[in-house]
Design a protein. Sequence first.
Length: 184
Amino acid sequence: MGLIRRYESEMYGDYRKGWILYGLYTGLIMSVSVLLRYLLTYPMESPSTWIDNVVLFLCMFMFTYLYRKKLYCGKVFFKEVYVLNLGIGIVAGVIYGLFLWYYGSSVDTELVQRYIDSQEYIYLNNWEGTEEDMKEKIDAIKNLTSVPYLSIMGGILTAVTSIMIAFIVALLLRTEKNVVKQKK
């Protein structure tokens, strides 16, 4: 018996079209949630927050469910759902990163300073090294942090988080079990 199993799974739908369409919608919904938080006087302190992760999960779950309903007989394997959600996460990460660039440049010009202040607060309360090392870290954060940096970081964090969320959604919404390939 081999340690790695090979599975036969059929792709029932056009998941590549789902990447673009649902990824675009997910990125836009995440962007709207950032704007709503800003308007409700709860602006961002970080390019990726737990609220963004919850919105990403809900969007992936909802769009995967819609994708599955469009398929013939609603059959979908784990692999197809996982690949669909990975694509959604990457497209959403790009859209979200571009939006953060606009948001930090035009809408919320204090985003960079709030991020620096929050990181400084974390270092001041949790630092176990010397004062000189802490000041060097804080100076490095101040020098590196800019709107493009935060927007790229937000897009990458969204794409990376989508890997884990895609796995969870695929476990929850698959309808077919994979068949183990037989050796010939």
